[in-house]
Design a protein around this ligand. Structure first.
Ligand SMILES: C[S@@+](CC[C@H](N)C(=O)[O-])C[C@H]1O[C@@H](n2cnc3c(N)ncnc32)[C@H](O)[C@@H]1O
Length: 291
């Protein structure tokens, strides 16, 4: 499947794969007849751009799933988002003594009510679009970029909502909040699973911790019991080291090197290589691969 440039979903998250979507899409061989499983959904940028006919999108973060489920079920629509962000954005701009105080008011409110619109507000005004939870709930600090909810940006978010809602209305997609291990036991031979687990050992990331033990359990499952094809996204190497965990995976490995700049300086140019470990999915001999 060829995707030139990925569209961006409304929810942001660290480790978002927007830039890798064209590479992932062109590397996967699967005829698209079965179900796409994506048990580490995050923002949804990969699955939403691939847009399979049938999909089970899941994550163990209940707020990500509640956000997308609520959009799918019509609990809110893009007009509600427009109105909400306009109102709340104006409060953020005007609340003395600093904007931060209103951000933290919404954060406290979210930790009590778990409203999906508050979650969107936080994800679009926090530090770097991070998702992080501690013992007292969502704990990402305010992001100091100016004018987070100026009209042009709200319109952009509304278009992102419209895009995802259109896909939800025209495809058979299910959103599930669960651990990957409970969801993947449902995969069949003609299904395909895209895996993008967290980095090993960062206990405060996302919604729960992801330990070496979790990572090995996932690799063992994918190498053994998982039905159908899969693709795993994982970092391969950076300036300092190689990812030894990749040795635990049986599939074919593709790599892609990209560069990033620390502090925007040419002299601080660093490279990072990403990998995609692939086991092909079912491709009928006389049909073109849909994906
Ligand atoms: C690297 S992020 C996925 C990013 C996503 N591919 C994107 O491009 O936006 C990993 C996701 O896995 C979820 N996660 C962590 N542990 C999990 C588990 N045990 N079962 C299911 N999901 C889990 C996190 O909540 C997070 O959303």
């Amino acid at each position: 499947m060829s995707i030139e440039k990925a569209l961006v979903p409304p929810i942001k998250i660290q480790g978002i794969k927007t830039k890798l979507v064209p590479w992932i899409a062109s590397s996967i061989k699967w005829n698209g007849d079965g179900t796409w499983f994506e048990p580490f959904l995050g923002s949804g940028v990969v699955g939403f751009n691939i847009a399979p006919k049938n999909a089970v999108f899941s994550d163990n973060n209940p707020y990500i799933i509640d956000f997308y489920k609520s959009l799918q079920e019509g609990v809110f629509n893009s007009q509600d988002v427009h109105q909400f962000l306009t109102l709340e954005g104006a409060k953020l701009e005007k609340t003395p003594p600093s904007k931060e105080s209103y951000y933290y008011e919404v954060r406290d409110r979210f930790n009590k009510t778990h409203s999906p619109l508050d979650f969107l507000f936080l994800q679009r005004s926090n530090f770097n679009g991070m998702i992080r939870f501690g013992p007292n709930g969502y704990n990402v600090p305010f992001g100091r970029k100016p004018n987070r909810f100026r009209p042009a940006l709200i319109t952009k978010i509304v278009h992102q909502i419209d895009w995802v809602k259109y896909l939800m209305d025209t495809h058979h997609w299910t959103f599930v909040c669960d651990d990957w291990s409970n969801v993947l036991s449902n995969a069949q031979q003609d299904d395909f699973t895209y895996l993008d687990p967290p980095y090993i050992g960062r206990s405060t990331d996302y919604f729960s911790s992801w330990t070496e033990k979790n990572a090995i359990a996932l690799a063992d499952y994918a190498n053994g019991d998982l039905c159908g094809g899969y693709a795993l996204s994982m970092w391969y190497q950076n300036k300092y080291r190689k990812n030894e965990h990749l040795k635990k995976w049986d599939g074919e490995m593709l790599t892609d090197e990209h560069f990033y700049f620390l502090g925007g300086k040419e002299s601080n140019r660093n490279s990072m290589t990403e990998s995609l470990v692939i086991k092909d999915g079912y491709v009928a001999s006389n049909s073109d691969a849909a994906v």
